[in-house]
Design a protein around this ligand. Structure first.
Ligand SMILES: [Zn+2]
Length: 201
């Protein structure tokens, strides 16, 4: 079992201030979370930078990801280090990701830029049911959505600033390997965790 943050932004997102080096240092020092998906808005540049900086460390894992601003709302693409071609409709992003064996997760469905009930019209792999910067009410609604759609629920901090990091994570029945993690998420071998953020850097 490993703990993963499946939603994290870097300075390569227009609205985020977490430097790639900070992510690598903190992940390396973290007592339990050892993997993160870098999910910048509409770019994989931050992912590549974090990967490069993480390469000397053997016990941390960086998962490729993108938070795509689709015409229907935000989607997390996991396991793909390539931007889908426009137009970014929900259908196009799902097809693009499936062709590359990645996962498509509905990001914070009941917050601004979320898909909301529209998500029910599509075939997703998981729903983000615990988002670190969403309200408990919005997360509760997301959990209901996942339940009624019969989809696994995952957690991600959605941190844009340092003080938002490591607040929540997803426990995955997998080892420190991208394919194992994605397969386990798809199967629903996951549990969401509020960390209580008991550590201080
Ligand atoms: Zn985000």
């Amino acid at each position: 079992m490993i703990r993963v943050d499946l939603h994290l932004h870097t300075t390569y997102s227009f609205d985020a201030a977490i430097h790639p080096k900070t992510i690598v240092n903190q992940l390396n020092a973290h007592p339990s979370i050892k993997a993160v998906a870098i999910t910048d808005h509409n770019t994989v540049e931050g992912y590549h930078k974090v990967c490069e900086l993480a390469s000397p460390y053997e016990d941390i894992l960086i998962i490729p990801g993108i938070e795509v601003s689709t015409t229907g709302g935000d989607l997390l693409v996991l396991g793909v280090a390539e931007l889908p071609p426009k137009p970014w409709t929900v259908e196009n992003v799902i097809d693009f990701t499936r062709d590359r064996d990645g996962l498509v997760v509905v990001a914070h469905p009941y917050r601004a830029y979320g898909l909301g009930d529209l998500a029910r019209n599509y075939d997703f792999d998981a729903v983000e049911v615990l988002n670190g910067i969403s309200s408990p009410q919005a997360n509760k609604m997301a959990e209901n959505l996942a339940k009624t759609m019969g989809l696994p629920g995952v957690a991600g901090s959605d941190a844009h600033h340092m003080d938002e990091m490591w607040t929540v994570c997803t426990e995955v029945q997998a080892s420190l390997d991208v394919n194992e993690i994605l397969t386990a998420v798809k199967k629903g071998s996951v549990r969401t965790v509020l960390t209580g953020k008991s550590i201080h850097f």
